[in-house]
Ligand binder design. Structure first.
Ligand code: NAP
Length: 448
C-alpha cells in the first residue's frame, strides 16, 4: 500500500510512523510538504528559545530515516499538482497540513501599519521562507511599546521574545538578521491583554512563569487584575492547572518592580476595541470587560488608551481549505468521522485527516500523536476491508512532477540542509542557524 501524507509537522510524521510501525500490511509513505524542509510548527512555530521543545525534531527526524518513509519537500498541492492528481497516485492520502492562517480581531484600525498577526511575527523570527522580512526589520527597531492581544501560549511566546535581550536569544537557531533586528529593538514596554480573567487564560504555568524570570524585564500585574470573582475562584480551586496559573499571577501582583529597563504589563478583563494612528498604529483603545455568567465577556464601557506602535494579535491560528475537498467554513477544519474525510455526510474513499486541520488549533505537540494514530487505525481498517480506491496513475507523483520541472527536495536533500544549518551555526558558536531563504535552502539541498 502507498500512502501520501500531506504536511510534515508532528501530526504528519506521527501518522507516517504509525503506518510503517504496524506489521499487518506493508506500507510505503511519502510525506509531502510545500516547504523544502520538514517539521511544520516544530520548526516555524515553537519559539527558538524553547530549546527542549524544539528538540522534538530529533525524534521526528528519526521517523524520516525509517525504511518505507520518504520526505518529498517543495511540492505545493493545488499548484504543482491538483488534489485529484495526488489522490490518483496513492491508495490513500492523509491530510495533516495544519492551520497556518491567522484569526482577525474584527476591530477598526486593525489593518494599520504596525498591526500584525502573531502567525506572521512568529514565522519571521523562526526564519520562515515566506516571512515578510522588510516589514519586521522596519517595525521592530522603530517601536517602543507593543501590545500583544490574547493570553494563550503563542501570546506568551511573543511577549517573552519581545521582552528578552538579544543576549538571551543569541544561542538560539534564529537567523542572524532576526537577532540583529532584535538587537536594534527600542521596545521597553510590552502589554499582554486577556479579554477574560486569569482563571480563563489558556497559557500553561511553565510558559507563564518564564515571563517573570527575564534578565531585563519586570513583570507588572495590578491587584485588581489578580483578584478573582467568586466563580473564577471556585474554578481555580477545582482545577489544579488553573490554580497554578492564578498563583503565578497573584505572586506577580505582590512584586515590587526592580526598575529593569523593560516592563511586561499583564492585563486581564481588557479587550482592544480600536487601533488608531496616522498610517501606523500609535494607540490601542482598550475597554474594560466583565465576565458573564455563561463564561463569556461583555464590555463595561470604561476605556483607556495604551500607546503602542506595534500590535500583535495572538488570537489563534485558522485552517484553510484545499481545492476540491470539503471544508467546514465555521470551524475552519476538514469535516471527518474518525479521521475519514466526509463530503455531505459520506466518507470520501481513501482520504483522511489528522492534526490541527482535523480538530482545530489546540493541544500540545504530543496531542497530535494520539490523534494521528486514531486516524491511521481508520485507514488500516478500510485497507483490511478492501474499501480503499485503486490508484489510476501507475507512474506515480514523482514522474508527474518531473514532467512539470518541480524541484523536489527528497530526504537526502533535507539531510543536506540539516548539515548546512549545523555548519552555519558552528561558525557562530551555536548548535545551528536556520537558513531562511528558499533559494538558499534549495541550493543547500542540491549539495548532497
Ligand atoms: P489559544 O490558546 O486558543 O489562545 C488564544 C487566545 O486568544 C485566548 O486567550 C483567547 O481568549 C484570545 N482571543 C480569541 N479571540 C479574541 C478576541 N477577539 N479578542 C481578544 N482575545 C481573543 O491559541 P494559541 O495561543 O494560538 O495557541 C494554539 C495552541 O498551541 C494551543 O493549544 C497552545 O497551548 C499551543 N502552544 C503551546 C506552546 C507550548 O506548549 N509552549 C507554545 C505555543 C502554542 P478567550 O479564551 O477569551 O477566547
Amino acid at each position: 500500500m502507498r500512502v501520501a501524507v500531506v504536511g510534515s509537522g508532528p501530526s504528519g510524521i506521527y501518522a507516517a510512523d504509525a503506518l510503517v510501525s504496524q506489521e499487518d500490511v506493508p506500507v510505503e509513505v511519502d510525506i509531502i510538504d510545500r516547504l523544502p524542509v520538514p517539521f511544520g510548527l516544530v520548526r516555524y512555530g515553537v519559539a527558538p528559545d524553547h530549546v527542549s521543545i524544539r528538540s522534538v525534531r530529533d525524534t521526528l527526524n528519526k521517523v524520516l530515516a525509517k525504511p518505507g518513509v520518504r520526505f518529498l519537500g517543495n511540492i505545493t498541492i493545488g499548484q504543482d499538482v491538483t488534489t485529484a492528481e495526488l489522490l490518483d497516485c496513492y491508495d490513500a492520502v492523509v491530510l495533516t497540513y495544519g492551520a497556518s492562517s491567522d484569526r482577525q480581531l474584527g476591530i477598526p484600525g486593525e489593518d494599520l501599519d504596525g498591526s500584525v498577526a502573531a502567525t506572521d511575527f512568529v514565522a519571521w523570527y523562526c526564519g520562515h521562507p515566506d516571512a515578510d522580512r522588510e516589514r519586521f526589520e522596519r517595525l521592530i527597531p522603530t517601536a517602543t511599546s507593543a501590545v500583544v492581544v490574547g493570553v494563550g501560549n503563542v501570546a506568551v511566546d511573543v511577549t517573552r521574545v519581545l521582552a528578552k535581550t538579544v543576549g538571551e536569544l543569541d544561542s538560539t537557531d534564529m537567523p542572524q538578521h532576526v537577532l540583529d533586528t532584535f538587537g536594534r529593538s527600542g521596545i521597553t514596554d510590552v502589554y499582554l491583554l486577556g479579554r477574560r480573567g486569569p482563571a480563563q487564560a489558556t497559557f500553561t504555568t511553565k510558559e507563564l512563569k518564564e515571563l517573570g524570570e527575564l534578565v531585563e524585564a519586570d513583570v507588572l500585574v495590578s491587584e485588581e487584575d489578580a483578584t478573582l470573582d467568586e466563580g473564577s475562584a471556585a474554578k481555580a480551586e477545582a482545577e489544579r492547572a488553573i490554580g497554578r496559573n492564578v498563583a503565578v499571577i497573584q505572586e506577580w501582583a505582590q512584586r515590587t518592580p526592580e526598575g529593569k529597563p523593560r516592563r511586561i504589563h499583564v492585563r486581564f478583563l481588557s479587550r482592544p476595541i480600536e487601533l488608531t494612528g496616522d498610517g501606523r498604529v500609535s494607540t490601542v483603545i482598550v475597554e474594560r470587560t466583565r465576565l458573564t455568567p455563561e463564561g463569556g465577556v461583555e464590555g463595561t464601557g470604561d476605556t483607556e488608551e495604551i500607546s503602542a506602535d506595534l500590535v500583535v494579535r495572538s488570537v489563534g491560528y485558522r485552517g484553510t481549505p484545499l481545492e476540491d475537498l470539503p471544508f467546514d467554513e465555521r470551524a475552519n477544519v476538514i469535516p471527518h468521522v474518525d479521521g475519514r474525510v466526509q463530503r455531505d455526510g459520506v466518507s470520501l474513499p481513501g482520504v483522511y485527516v489528522a492534526g490541527w486541520i482535523k480538530r482545530g488549533p489546540t493541544g500540545i505537540i504530543g496531542t497530535n500523536k494520539k490523534d494521528a494514530v486514531a486516524t491511521v487505525e481508520s485507514l488500516l481498517a478500510d485497507a483490511a476491508s478492501g474499501s480503499l480506491p485503486t490508484p489510476g496513475n501507475s507512474g506515480g507523483l514523482e514522474v508527474l512532477l518531473a514532467e512539470r520541472g518541480v524541484r523536489i527536495v527528497p530526504t537526502l536533500g533535507w539531510n543536506a540542509i540539516d548539515g548546512a544549518e549545523q555548519a552555519l551555526g558552528a561558525t557562530r558558536g551555536r548548535d545551528r542557524t536556520t537558513i531562511h531563504d528558499r533559494e538558499d535552502l534549495l541550493a543547500a539541498a542540491q549539495a548532497i
